[in-house]
Write a protein that binds this ligand. Structure first.
Ligand code: GAF
Length: 404
């Protein structure tokens, strides 16, 4: 495969101004908790999307998805959700730039000439080539990586002065509006803010965050990919979000001082809720508490205790939150009594995708082999295995700001 910069010049007959790389993410613990204003502990990984970008003057966005061999052209204005899924992650963030011109002007602290020129330039459109190695639908946030790569590139190309947090929030809104997934902030946040060998504790209410060194020593983070993506994943995701909002509202009616799930006790959940809404909210309250304890384990270097909590999270996601599937449950159960596996659980939105495992380095190969055989025998499917490293977040690979 040609480097992305060459792909760009072959395609567009001019050189890209810059190349941006944006990673996928793992999440150690704190699942389905970002949109419930709890705490999450993600990290950026060594799988990424790369984009090469350059300005245009014809008022259009020319997009090439190299891996798919597809080219799509869309006018810059009146952007609407597109029939081709990947296009939405690009035009969704462009739409966000238009919607946030006021805060961009604000960031430029009143330099009106500068702002007028930026707006003018931006209206001219751009060309973009994308390629990457994040497996699609594996729960590693390829869509967030693409949104962040594009937004970061636009920010550089047009000197928009957006902060990483502003970009994360804009990418999240783009996903809501253009992909219809009412996701939380975690994926975009992690892709943009990742640091090498560090996990990031994000408080999804205040948006404060803290980096934690991940000293795994003899252990590796290994992802086992079921290679299935449930067709209902995004509608079920949106339903979970609604069920939690419903539960929170019921509790708030009885306890008006409650603002978010982190103010709620298990006793209050027991007292106010029933059936599915009860199950969902019980999981959320437990998971918020679990993440806070897990971070203490991490700070003490007690990875045994940390790993145990990952198994507990899986149990909650599977039996209370009901976002797992037989394939994920099998992969977690198969390692649950293995002394070389500290922790394992399903990761991300669920209904397919990957499990995340902390496994002793010397045992990874054997466990992966065993698991692939079990998976094949019981589910008649191939298992994909990714041994991951923790890498830096979205950044420029080549080039700087060019073009005045
Ligand atoms: C998906 C969403 F996009 C995230 O916001 C998060 O809710 C995650 O599922 C579950 O923790 O990746």
């Amino acid at each position: 495969m040609l480097a992305i910069r060459s792909q760009f010049s072959n395609h567009f007959n001019y050189n890209a101004s810059l190349v941006v790389k944006s990673p996928g993410r793992i999440n150690l613990i704190g699942e389905h908790i970002d949109y419930n204003y709890g705490f999450v502990l993600p990290a950026a990984i060594d799988k990424f999307i790369e984009v090469a970008i350059g300005k245009r003057t014809d008022g259009a966005i020319h997009m090439v998805a190299v891996d798919l061999g597809e080219t799509i052209i869309v006018p810059m204005h009146n952007l609407q959700p597109h029939a081709t899924a990947w296009v939405n992650y690009i035009i969704g963030v462009v739409d966000q730039v238009f919607n946030n011109l006021a805060s961009i002007e604000n960031n430029l602290s009143g330099n009106e000439n500068n702002f007028a020129k930026i707006k003018d330039d931006f209206n001219g459109g751009f060309s973009i080539c994308i390629q990457g190695n994040i497996p699609l639908g594996a729960g590693l946030s390829s869509s967030a990586a693409l949104e962040c790569a594009v937004l970061f590139a636009l920010n550089e190309l047009y000197s928009l002065s957006l902060t990483k947090m502003q970009m994360a929030l804009m990418a999240q809104t783009a996903e809501h509006k253009f992909a219809g997934l009412h996701c939380g902030l975690m994926d975009m946040f992690a892709s943009l803010h990742g640091q090498k060998n560090k996990a990031i504790l994000l408080d999804c209410d205040s948006l404060a965050f803290t980096y934690y060194p991940l000293a795994l020593n003899d252990y590796s983070i290994v992802l086992f990919d079921t290679q299935i993506k449930h067709a209902l994943a995004s509608s079920e995701y949106n339903t979970r979000r609604l069920e939690c909002e419903q539960g929170l509202k019921i509790i708030q009616e009885k306890y008006p001082t409650v603002k978010t799930f982190r103010d709620i006790s298990l006793e209050q959940v027991e007292a106010c809720l029933v059936s599915k809404v009860y199950q969902r909210c019980k999981y959320v309250v437990e998971e918020i508490q679990r993440v806070q304890l897990a971070v203490q384990d991490l700070a003490k270097g007690d990875m045994q205790a940390f790993g145990k909590k990952m198994f507990e999270t899986h149990k909650g996601l599977s039996s209370l939150y009901e976002v797992s599937c037989p394939e994920l449950d099998l992969l977690v159960a198969a390692v649950s009594n293995n002394e070389n596996v500290l922790g394992a659980r399903m990761m991300g939105g669920g209904f397919g995708g990957c499990t995340i495992n902390i496994i002793k380095k010397t045992a990874v190969e054997e466990i992966a082999k065993e698991l692939a055989a079990i998976y094949k025998k019981q589910m008649h499917k191939e298992l994909a295995v990714y041994i991951t490293s923790i890498e830096e977040g979205t950044h420029i690979v080549e080039g700087t700001h060019l073009v005045a």
